[in-house]
Ligand binder design. Structure first.
Ligand SMILES: Nc1nc2c(ncn2[C@@H]2O[C@H](COP(=O)(O)OP(=O)(O)OP(=O)(O)O)[C@@H](O)[C@H]2O)c(=O)[nH]1
Ligand SMILES: [Mg+2]
Length: 429
């Protein structure tokens, strides 16, 4: 699809189309079939569906023309370049959404939700992004901002007419600020969980060589991703694969067995294993249950979030293997225990993703996260200052809080911030 937005959109596209009625006369928001022609030779190059959406009832609030062509990249490039030759300019990443924001169609929190929607990888992440896109979070922030404006106006009156007993009572103001801060803290907690739903978690499979890590990775992924062999030290590089567990993307990392390296390549593999371990949210410590368990990996991972896996449970268990009663016994050969392990992982995911359930779930960009933290801190300072410091001091903190809340919605944010946000979008959005 080729999308053209701006005051001259219709005039720029018209020369390329052969239509029953002139493009200028197309009814808005109706799909019509058109022929696309080479303006120079008059030759027909494609048949397309064309929609004109007139300002302000379009995504960007400008005149928009959309052409749905047959989709060959070569054709799309050709037609796009003709439109550019006529006087249009190629859009920057996220420019349509940026224009929608600048033209007041979306606030910045909702514009960012578009990017979150595009990058959502599971149903659950889509649901959270959809809620943000519909404005749920924006509405909450806007209500907080309105409450702050009211409060500050009242306090200003108190400051100006101290004798008159008008304006806000400082004690009541303090209660209000505490309540607003509690709201922000709740959003932060929800957003932390939302982040897990959106970004997913990383789980590293670690253990001694030959324990069955790669076989387990393949069994969990349901496909033959990593090389398996009876030779210890088969896996050298970190091998990854992603599955959705409880609606959350879980990236599994298979690593080289942790042992004393026999050569430089193994040493590098083990170094990479340790780095993968550090970067993971959870470890699956895989031990071969049919031999004497290696205590070193257990010791090394003792203070990490981990699930101990007793692999090769189709073989007779070594007597010492029973020592880990909470270990999940699995067999990559018979498939036994794989469901149980997935269930255990689902529980681990759920603990991180939805401590409070998805009710009122929030997914926020990192920018919004930082602003919410700053907002909470300013409200805390304001709450403290109210009653203990001169009223002017409290008002300074509340003004900061107001600015942070405004920045979430995009009030008075500069071009540099917008450049940064929209650079993460893909072209055409
Ligand atoms: N009987 C049985 N054998 C298994 C099982 N899982 C793996 N094996 C065998 O154990 C050997 C090592 O398996 P891998 O999956 O390559 O082990 P690894 O931990 O990835 O080994 P490295 O990459 O060398 O660290 C292979 O011969 C596998 O066929 C299992 O569940 N049951
Ligand atoms: Mg391996």
């Amino acid at each position: 699809m080729i999308r053209v937005s701006g005051r001259d959109a219709i005039a720029l596209v018209a020369p390329l189309l052969r239509t029953a009625i002139p493009l200028e006369a197309f009814p808005s928001h109706r799909v019509r079939r058109v022929a696309i022609v080479d303006a120079k030779s008059g030759e027909r190059v494609d048949e397309a569906l064309c929609t004109v959406m007139r300002a302000p009832r379009s995504y960007t609030a400008e005149d928009v023309v959309e052409l749905s062509c047959h989709g060959s990249p070569a054709l799309l490039r050709m037609v796009t370049l003709w439109i550019v030759a006529g006087g249009a300019r190629l859009a920057a990443p996220g420019e349509f959404t940026r224009r929608a924001f600048l033209n007041g169609r979306l606030d910045l929190a909702r514009a960012e939700a578009v990017a979150l929607m595009i990058s959502a990888r599971t149903d659950r992440a889509v649901a959270l992004a959809a809620r943000a896109l519909a404005g749920g979070f924006s509405d909450q922030v806007r209500a907080l901002r309105d409450a702050l404006v009211d409060l500050m106006a009242g306090l200003e009156v108190t400051l100006d007419f101290p004798e008159e007993r008008v304006g806000h009572d400082v004690g009541a103001a303090r209660v209000t600020v505490a309540r607003l801060r509690a709201d922000v803290e709740r959003w932060l907690a929800a957003a932390r969980h939302g982040r897990v739903v959106h970004d997913g978690i990383t789980v590293a499979l670690v253990g001694p060589p030959n324990a069955g890590k790669s076989s387990l990775l393949n069994a969990l992924l349901g496909r033959d991703r990593a090389i398996v062999s009876p030779v210890p030290g088969t896996t050298r590089d970190v091998v990854d694969g992603t599955i959705a567990i409880a609606g959350v993307p879980v990236r599994l990392l298979d690593t080289a067995g942790l042992d004393v390296p026999r050569d430089a390549i193994e040493a590098e593999g083990i170094r990479r294993s340790r780095r993968a371990m550090e970067e993971s949210d959870l470890l699956l410590v895989v031990l071969d249950g049919s031999i004497l368990p290696d205590q070193r990996v257990l010791e090394e991972t003792a203070d990490r979030a981990r699930v101990i896996v007793r692999a090769k449970c189709d073989l007779p268990a070594h007597p010492a293997a029973a020592a880990h009663r909470d270990a999940v016994a699995v067999s990559a050969v018979s498939g036994e225990g794989i469901e149980a392990l997935l269930g255990r992982l689902a529980q681990e995911v759920e603990d991180r993703a939805a401590a409070a359930g998805d009710e009122g779930g929030i997914v926020a960009s990192l920018r919004q996260f930082e602003l919410l933290h700053a907002l909470s801190a300013s409200l805390a300072a304001g709450e403290c200052a109210l009653g203990e410091a001169p009223l002017e001091a409290a008002l300074v903190d509340l003004k900061d809080a107001l600015n942070h809340a405004g920045a979430v919605l995009g009030v008075d944010v500069g071009d540099a911030v917008l450049d940064h946000i929209f650079a993460t979008f893909c072209l055409g959005k």
